[in-house]
Write a protein that binds this ligand. Structure first.
Ligand SMILES: [Zn+2]
Length: 238
């Protein structure tokens, strides 16, 4: 299998996993930087993640222009999220954008999502909250539909693992596709657990900085991610 074919198959698997784990519904998307050209990325045409197949994966410039448009396939309106992050972050090779419901709930509050279970430490220490209203006013449709908005989102992401988007969703920036997908799945789990813990009441004990560092250490993730990726892949029928 060529590197490009392997990359495309991984993107299809990532789409199916995110759908199976209900991080995405009919919306949301996942991309990978092109394996042989860092100035391009690979992303499905506008299609629900559960239905994405290898023939749907198209190549884009970092500015969001489709360079292998086959028969007028429609791109995602929010593809600019991906290119803007690849431009700003040379270390990022995969981006996941989703509207996971419990995550969106948190995005409307001043309470940040924090990990309270060891496996959810992959969401990282601080998750910045981007509000499209701050720069683009109160009359947008909340979607990131141009490079100006994508660049502003990437600026808020900075060097973090992910960024929340007020009233909209979240975007994860991974060093690998496994990293971006697994972190997105655990962000939703972390949000649900935190909601449960806050409902019980009293003081919640979150992971310490050192406990999070211990889990996101590449020595640990390089061992854990392949195992959990295989599990999620099998659940998704891949
Ligand atoms: Zn969106």
């Amino acid at each position: 299998m060529s590197i490009l074919t392997d990359t495309i198959e991984k993107i299809v698997t990532a789409n199916r996993i995110l759908a199976k784990e209900e991080v995405v519904d009919g919306f949301g998307h996942v991309s990978m930087r092109h394996p042989s050209d860092p100035e391009r990325y690979l992303l499905s045409r506008s299609r629900s993640p559960e239905l994405v197949e290898s023939a749907d994966i198209l190549e884009y410039t970092l500015d969001g222009a489709c360079i292998d448009d086959r028969g007028g396939m429609k791109p995602y309106a929010e593809r600019f999220i991906h290119g803007a992050i690849y431009k700003a972050r040379p270390d990022v090779t995969s981006v996941v954008h989703h509207h996971a419901y419990p995550v969106v709930t948190f995005s409307t509050t001043k309470t940040p999502i924090r990990p309270l279970m060891h496996t959810t430490a992959v969401i990282g220490h601080d998750i910045p909250l981007w509000d499209i209203r701050d720069k683009f006013g109160p009359n947008t449709n909340l979607l990131v539909t141009n490079m100006d908005q994508g660049g502003d989102l990437a600026k808020k992401l900075a060097n973090n693992r992910m960024v929340m988007m007020r009233g909209h969703g979240a975007t994860a920036a991974g060093t690998t596709i496994e990293d971006a997908v697994i972190s997105s799945i655990y962000l939703q789990i972390a949000a649900r657990q935190q909601l449960d813990a806050l409902t019980i009441g009293g003081e919640v004990t979150y992971l310490s900085k050192g406990e999070i560092d211990g889990q996101i250490d590449p020595e640990v993730t390089s061992f854990v991610f392949p195992r959990i990726w295989e599990y999620f892949s099998r659940r998704a029928g891949r």
